[in-house]
Design a protein around this ligand. Sequence first.
Ligand code: HEC
Length: 171
Amino acid sequence: MKRYFAVPAALLLAVATSACSSHATGSTAASSAAGAASATATAAAAAPAKTAQSANAAALANGRAIYLTGIDASGTHIAAKPPAQRPSCAACHMPTGAGGVHFPDGAVSADLRHAALVTHQKPPYTLALLERAVSTGIDNDGDKLDPVMPRWVLSQRDLHDVAYYVLTQLK
Ligand code: HEC
């Protein structure tokens, strides 16, 4: 909202100033008011970029907390149906994402680092495919993952943030 009010107010000022002044000073006043208007417009345009940046940082911080501790930014412990054997992604996939943990049913936790998930996968994992794997246990090929991999029941935000963390931060 603010964005839309700021520019017209400055333009109004420019119009008012030039209308009340003599021709000589009027044009100077109008051009400096126009300068102020464009400065306002520039500041307004920069604001969304900054907001997007901090939203991104918040998403990564939440995703990291979920991945490493199983507790999201609001203090909620992530849950799965049926309940997960271990409380966090890192407890099975290692903090680095390297995986390699063996389970009694023969399952081995997957390597979630970028090369394994993206570079060496066909089709490569995308954010949407990761969200699907985490919430439904369907992998990038459309196959069912071993049941040791929990079917997580997460809020849309938590699901996005943990998938985004895995996709962009595990190298
Ligand atoms: C109890 C252990 C356990 C926990 C906790 C766990 N995983 Fe898994 N995960 C596994 C196992 C085992 C596999 C391999 C399944 C298979 O081979 O079919 C797997 C597979 C995956 C895959 C599929 C990778 C591929 O190559 O297709 C993704 C993605 C994944 N896990 C992400 C996560 C995320 C994110 C979390 C935390 C929200 C998590 N996992 C928590 C055990 C776990």
